[in-house]
Design a protein around this ligand. Structure first.
Ligand code: URA
Length: 206
């Protein structure tokens, strides 16, 4: 990534640290804006900071984060070359699920990050991140395959590493999803001309 984008990311991070758009900032220790760079063109979107993320101010630094690091290393990706953030940037009390209003209030930061980074693919981790782009969909139906959002963004939904930590079947599915992600990334990004072809001719997206 170039210096201008890095500076832009830091400015967005400062604004997120000052954000009071939803009540979560009152109970959290600090905001967790996001981490990494746009170097690989891969943007990971998780659910919400947990205890360790709240303490350190960085996403995915607890047990789920260690598993995410293993999954990334397994397909040859360096964490410093991807960008990682969450659908809400403050920890919900007792790690409860983020509420729809909290997710909606945090939407502006997703747009800001996407405008700076313009990623090649957004990998959604878990159902909350998937639901931002495919409301009403079931993650068990669409995980592990690239798919365009209605806005035309390339999304690759996978299970959440925390869910997979204690469920062997989900763990296997997540490892397979990361292999599918690696295969998808190994194919050249479709050109704008290819993207304009009728849907039946485009095989990459489900
Ligand atoms: N789970 C998430 O979804 N995000 C984090 O940052 C940590 C755990």
């Amino acid at each position: 990534m170039n210096d201008a984008s890095d500076r832009e990311l830091e400015l967005v991070a400062d604004e997120i640290r000052a954000c009071t758009a939803c009540p979560l900032h009152r109970s959290a220790r600090q905001a967790v804006p996001g981490d990494g760079t746009g170097d690989s063109g891969i943007f990971f979107l998780g659910e919400a900071p947990g205890y360790h993320e709240d303490v350190q101010g960085r996403p995915f630094v607890g047990a789920a984060g260690q598993f995410l690091d293993e999954l990334l290393a397994g397909i040859g990706l360096d964490r410093r070359k991807v960008f990682i953030t969450n659908v809400v940037r403050h920890r919900p009390p007792e790690n409860r699920d983020p509420l729809p209003d909290e997710i909606a209030a945090c939407d502006m930061w997703l747009h800001r990050h996407l405008a700076v980074l313009r990623p090649r693919v957004i990998v959604t981790l878990g159902r909350h991140a998937m639901g931002k782009f495919f409301p009403g969909e079931s993650i068990s139906r669409i995980h592990g395959k690239p798919r365009r959002s209605t806005d035309g963004l390339p999304i690759f939904p996978v299970y959440h590493p925390a869910a997979a930590l204690h469920q062997p079947a989900l763990r296997e599915a997540l490892v397979a999803d990361f292999r599918a992600l690696a295969a998808y990334l190994a194919t050249p990004a479709p050109t704008p001309e290819a993207e304009k072809k009728p849907a039946e001719q485009i095989t990459l997206f489900g």
